[in-house]
Each structure stands twice: as structure tokens, then as C-alpha cells.
Design a binder for this molecule. Structure first.
Ligand code: TYM
Length: 332
């Protein structure tokens, strides 16, 4: 069976983009693949984290996976740092990754900003760790949002570089799976910026744990232009804020983008926003409620992670032993 690997960083607030761009798709794919879903806590360390918060957020992301409908019996759910193979393989792969490949990564440039000299080595090497995450399990498919596309291309290049260097067909080249009508959910305050966990404005994103009132307020305040809703797809494409809200609606209502546009064409934003807020609250209300219930039982969450890390290790360890052997690292 083909294998899926994907993950979310336990940093800040999980939002609608994480849900619609990634987690929701995992739920639909989980029974057709052998699935491994990770809480990538080592990735979180590429920027400063409060240790107490990091632990809490690791449990919170775990709860979100389960509350959204990932079956922890069928899928492996674990946190990255509990499987040593991730960090080990990242080092080995970093020795065959040219700097030129990393210099092309746009996310590093965005996150490091103007203070490039002060950015950590971990932030720079992040895509190598991400490649290690995936190929450690010989995963064949990686469902993610649009923003991870470049990192996945690099993961394929790194897997290929390993196979070529050692003359083996050891690692499969992982296929990105980027699908749905909300592969890139934009900020509610700025149609040119993606919705992000780290945005300083609370009004920019809908969090997975927001209640109906908070959701309604954020959607009411969402930036739009003064025109009625677009008449067709071509017009929607030229109006990013409207297009974003319609994409979100389509994803939540299981419609195509075209169907969502046709449903509201020419109508005023106020009625549409009310419908969008009601639908968001209906979908997220159930998930948020379940998350709160799960988080009240940290022992249960930790049990899932412990069992998940044992299952993940059982797959990773033999692969690492083979990698050591292929690379000529003696295991006396
Ligand atoms: P992260 O934690 O930033 O995001 C988790 C998932 O949510 C998707 N996503 C979005 N999708 C649509 N619209 C948005 N505004 C939006 N924001 C985030 C992301 O594409 C992602 O699928 N590097 C990864 C984590 C990672 C990983 C991996 C993923 C580490 N190792 C291996 C896959 C495979 C990240 O920072 O995701």
C-alpha cells in the first residue's frame, strides 16, 4: 500500500488554512493509504519557543488531528522528537544537499527577513529535516497546502541525490498531494498574504478552536471590496479577498469553486458573510468542542503519542539501519 506522511508544526494557533489545506484532506485519504501523521516539534524549534507552551501545543495539535476525524487506531500519530531517526537522517541528508538548493527556498527568505545573518542554522536547514521526515518512512505521498510545494520538490531532489550518490533505488520520490478548493487560504485582512499561525492580527485568521461568536465577528470584519459578489470565475480571480472567502465557502460546503461562485453571484457580501460564518461555526464548532474534550484528558493524548512513536520507530529503525549500511557507517 502507498504510504502518506504529513505534519503540522505545534506553533501558535491552528487555523482554518491548516484544516482546509491539510488536515481535512488527510481525513478523506486515511483509509486508502498507510498513514503517518506527525506533530513536527523539532521544526517548531527553528524559531524560539516557550518550552511549556510547546508541550501544550503538541498536545493541542494531536487533539486537532483526532477531533477532525483522524483515526488513531488506523493511522500513526506521534511527535517528531520521539523518533530519533528524523534528526539522524536530517544530518546524513544535509551532507548531500548543495547550499544552492537551500538558497532557493522562498520560505527561508520570508521568515529570516532582513536579519539574514541572525537567522538560525536550523531555519536554513529546515527543508532538509522535512525531507528526512518523509523519506525516513519511504512515504510515497505527501498531502499538504500549496505553501509546502517548494519544500516537497526539494525533498524529491534530496531523495534522488541519495539514490544517485549510492547507486541504489532506496528512497521513493514522494509525490505532493495538493488538492481541494482551499489549498492556499489567505488572511482575512489582506488577500495578498496567506493565513498564518504567526500573524499578529487575531482578525486575520479563524482558529480551529474559535467559537461561533468569534468566527462571526472575524468574517464580518473580513476585508472585501464594495462591489457585489463576483459574477463568474474570471471576475473572482481578479478580486482576491472575495475569491478567498468563496474558496473557503466551497471547501466547507463541499462545492466546487465554480458552484460556490454561481450560488452567490451578484449578491451582497452581508448575506454571504452570514452564511459563511454559520457554516464555519457548524464545522469548526464540532471539532473545537471535541478538541476541548480531548485536551481535558492529557493522559489519553499522551498515550496516543506514545503508542504512535513506537509504531513510527518500528518503521523508521530498520530503514535507518539500511541507510547506515548503504552509507558505510559501521554498526559494530
Ligand atoms: P505548517 O505547520 O505551516 O502547516 C501545516 C499544514 O497546513 C498547510 N497550511 C495551509 N494550507 C492552506 N492555506 C494556508 N493558509 C495554510 N497554512 C498552512 C500547510 O501547507 C501544511 O500542509 N513544513 C511544514 C510541516 C512539515 C511537513 C513535514 C509537512 C514538516 N515536515 C513533512 C509534510 C511533510 C509546515 O511548516 O507546515
Amino acid at each position: 500500500m502507498n504510504r502518506i506522511f504529513s505534519g503540522v508544526q505545534p506553533t501558535g494557533n491552528l487555523h482554518l488554512g491548516n484544516y482546509l489545506g491539510a488536515i481535512r484532506n488527510w481525513v478523506t485519504l486515511q483509509h486508502d493509504y498507510d498513514c503517518i501523521f506527525c506533530i513536527v516539534d523539532l521544526h517548531a524549534l527553528t524559531l524560539p519557543q516557550d518550552p511549556v507552551q510547546l508541550k501544550a501545543q503538541t498536545r493541542e495539535v494531536t487533539a486537532a488531528y483526532i477531533a477532525a476525524g483522524i483515526d488513531p487506531e488506523h493511522c500513526v500519530i506521534f511527535n517528531q522528537s520521539s523518533v530519533p531517526g528524523h534528526a539522524e537522517l536530517a544530518w546524513l541528508l544535509s551532507c548531500l544537499t548543495p547550499l544552492g538548493w537551500l538558497n532557493r527556498m522562498t520560505q527561508f527568505k520570508e521568515k529570516a527577513g532582513k536579519q539574514r545573518e541572525d537567522a538560525g542554522l536550523g531555519l536554513y536547514a529546515y527543508p532538509v529535516l522535512m525531507a528526512a521526515d518523509i523519506i525516513l518512512y519511504k512515504a510515497t505521498h505527501v498531502p499538504v497546502g500549496e505553501d509546502q510545494k517548494q519544500h516537497l520538490e526539494l525533498a524529491r531532489d534530496i531523495a534522488g541525490a541519495f539514490n544517485r550518490r549510492y547507486g541504489v533505488e532506496f528512497f521513493p520520490l514522494p509525490e505532493p498531494m495538493i488538492f481541494g478548493t482551499a489549498t492556499r487560504v489567505m488572511s482575512l485582512r489582506d488577500g495578498a498574504k496567506k493565513m498564518s499561525k504567526s500573524d499578529a492580527s487575531d482578525y486575520s485568521r479563524i482558529n480551529m478552536t474559535d467559537d461561533a461568536e468569534a468566527i462571526a465577528l472575524k468574517i464580518r470584519k473580513a476585508k472585501t471590496d464594495p462591489l457585489p459578489l463576483p459574477a463568474d470565475e474570471k471576475e473572482a480571480e481578479a478580486r482576491p479577498e472575495a475569491d478567498n472567502l468563496l474558496g473557503i465557502y466551497a471547501a466547507l460546503a463541499n462545492l466546487t469553486r465554480q458552484e460556490a461562485i454561481a450560488k452567490f453571484a451578484g449578491q451582497s457580501f452581508s448575506g454571504f458573510k452570514t452564511e459563511l460564518a454559520d457554516l464555519s461555526a457548524e464545522v469548526l464548532g464540532k471539532i473545537g468542542g471535541e478538541m476541548r474534550r480531548l485536551l481535558a484528558e492529557p493522559g489519553y493524548i499522551d498515550g496516543i503519542l506514545k503508542r504512535g512513536s513506537e509504531r513510527a520507530n518500528a518503521i523508521a529503525k530498520p530503514h535507518m539501519n539500511e541507510v547506515f549500511d548503504i552509507m558505510g557507517l559501521l554498526r559494530p
